[in-house]
Design a protein around this ligand. Structure first.
Ligand SMILES: C[S@@+](CC[C@H](N)C(=O)[O-])C[C@H]1O[C@@H](n2cnc3c(N)ncnc32)[C@H](O)[C@@H]1O
Length: 146
């Protein structure tokens, strides 16, 4: 499953992240890869049939997907949405679906205030064990095991 707007990069109520998001959009452009384009990329790799893409605001699409798929478990949950609101929604609705031994990857923990705040708000004083992977061009990626 892949969730994104597959269109415009959303805004956020968190001021610091909004400024950063604006800088990112000014630099890289505001539009994500489209569903059709991504399907073509996946098809070229022969894996389009294995991937479902859900377009729209994650704050709406993820709760709707979770409600419609109550029995689906998740082995790998990779969160790379930067912003507070969708990060919190993903943790609230999809962390409980992680199977025992499943892995949560947070691309922007400690880097974007929103994702970091969402993590601490969701887990409070009882966060899952964390492993920090050092290999992404000096940008640590954080992995949490259930
Ligand atoms: C830094 S990009 C990463 C995209 C992709 N993971 C990659 O590595 O190319 C962050 C993505 O989060 C998406 N995003 C942020 N907030 C979102 C929301 N509320 N709903 C859906 N997508 C969102 C943006 O559209 C953008 O594509």
């Amino acid at each position: 499953m892949g969730f994104d707007t597959f269109g415009d990069f959303p805004t956020t109520a968190l001021e610091a992240d909004q400024a950063r998001r604006d800088a990112f959009v000014a630099d890289a452009g505001g539009e994500s890869i489209g569903v059709d384009q991504l399907h073509r990329v996946l098809a070229a790799k022969g894996i389009a049939g294995n991937v479902d893409l859900v377009a729209g605001d994650i704050c709406e699409t993820v709760p709707a997907w979770a409600a419609a798929n109550p029995d689906v478990g998740i082995v790998l949950l990779h969160v790379d949405v930067d912003l507070y609101e969708p990060s919190l929604v993903v943790l609230e609705h999809l962390w409980p679906r992680l199977v025992p031994g499943g892995v949560l990857v947070l691309d922007d923990y400690g880097r974007w205030e929103g994702e970091t705040r969402a993590f601490h708000e969701h887990f409070g004083d009882d966060p899952p064990p964390v492993e920090r992977l050092p290999f992404v061009d000096a940008t640590p990626v954080h992995v949490f095991k259930r």
